[in-house]
Design a protein around this ligand. Structure first.
Ligand SMILES: Cc1ncc(COP(=O)(O)O)c(C=O)c1O
Length: 370
């Protein structure tokens, strides 16, 4: 498709209608008794946190990693509960608390800071159940539950923890973590904490373990329309397309090579398309030879080194008449899916959608983007 209007040379197209559809689909899946916390950390996995939060009309709450991410949403007018789970106990907590940001407490040190602050706060106690990343260790539960219970300015919403292997449904490590979580919840309630809202499940946990949804699920990947488990289909719509405008189509003769160190040579006379995306835009050099670029509904192999700003795409005899100005899809509709590219490159679709950066300009379609 030739570009009729002037476009930035490299862009992500984010379909806000797809986001709304995915949120709605997952909300229907979990039912009215389970809150959907839409995870919009890392700028909504590259989709734009504020725009995604606005489009995610049926989300009950938002989850982010850092306090800065939470404040960006609040300042953008998002009024629903926002939980941040990465914060530094040395930082001033008065700003996030004044902005009604719910904080997860991953250690006794974090808990101590919130107790000292004497400022009303809504918190989740983050429990170590087996991921061994951040969370209160079982040996700390008794002390943490008693301290939190006795701190009258703290409203403990519930417990949270994170699953390590939910994307492998056969892996019984999820049962091990689930048992630890249930034990922690029992202990917290026995200590006098009501814990009305607890959450353990990410997208794969939500999809495969209805028994572990508790009162809330924290869903990231699914709201962007991607499946965490190969072969599953929950009727989601991928929201992101990474596209560039073909800059040139050039002949190449048999035996000639392209890009740095000449790692590829044409086997026969043909054509190369020159596409303005490179490692400075988040396309790794390690993707060399794994990427098939979609142009006009056909896939063509990227060849030679991924350069800082450009790649070469082998059009062969150019049977479909690719021309300068044609849109080249790096992943998304009309090209490889993010999942196909991830599989080819030996990574995960989560990483692929977080890749576009550098000179990439984000554009929104399909929604009421304010
Ligand atoms: C603590 C926490 N909860 C939930 C999620 C969302 O995971 P997913 O994208 O698989 O839904 C993440 C993302 O990695 C996370 O770090």
């Amino acid at each position: 498709m030739s570009q009729s209007t002037v476009q930035p040379p490299l862009r992500t197209r984010v379909d806000l209608g797809a986001i709304a559809h995915n949120v709605s689909t997952i909300k229907d899946m979990v039912g009215p008794d389970v809150n959907l916390m839409a995870v919009v950390k890392a700028d909504a996995y590259g989709h734009g946190a504020l725009e995604v939060a606005r489009a995610a009309e049926r989300a009950d709450a938002f989850g982010v990693a850092t306090v800065a991410e939470a404040l960006e949403l609040r300042e953008g007018g998002i009024g629903k509960p926002i939980c941040a789970w990465i914060w530094n106990p040395e930082d001033d907590v008065s700003t996030p608390l004044a902005a009604r940001v719910d904080l997860a407490i991953p250690s006794l040190r974090h808990l101590g800071v919130l107790i000292e602050a004497q400022v009303p706060a809504r918190v989740y106690l983050k429990i170590e159940t087996g991921l061994h990343r951040a969370g209160l260790d079982p040996a700390e539960w008794e002390e943490a539950f008693a301290l939190a219970r006795d701190a009258e300015h703290l409203e403990v919403l519930g417990l949270m923890s994170h699953l390590a292997c939910a994307d492998e449904p056969e892996n019984d490590y999820t049962d091990f973590q689930a048992a630890n979580f249930a034990r922690a919840l029992e202990q917290a309630r026995a200590a006098g904490l009501e814990c009305p809202v607890n959450h353990l499940c990410n997208t794969p946990g939500t999809f495969t373990r209805p028994d572990l949804r508790y009162e809330q699920v924290r869903v990231g990947l699914g709201i962007y329309g991607l499946e965490p488990i190969p072969g599953q289909d929950h009727g989601l719509i991928p929201a992101m397309t990474w596209a560039a405008t073909t800059m040139a189509v050039k002949p190449i003769a048999a035996g000639e090579g392209t890009c740095y160190t000449m790692t590829w040579h044409a086997e026969r006379d043909g054509y190369l398309a020159n596409v303005p995306v490179g490692y400075a835009d988040g396309l790794p050099r390690a993707f060399q030879g794994k990427l098939q670029v979609g142009i006009g509904g056909h896939l063509y192999p990227q060849v030679g080194r991924v350069c800082m700003d450009q790649i070469a795409v082998d059009l062969g005899d150019n049977p479909h008449g690719v021309r300068p100005g044609d849109e080249a899809i790096i992943f998304g509709g009309g090209g490889m899916s993010a999942t196909e590219l991830a599989d080819a490159a030996g990574t995960i679709n989560y990483e692929v959608i977080c890749r576009p950066t550098g000179r990439t300009v984000r554009q929104y379609v399909g929604g009421t983007h304010a």
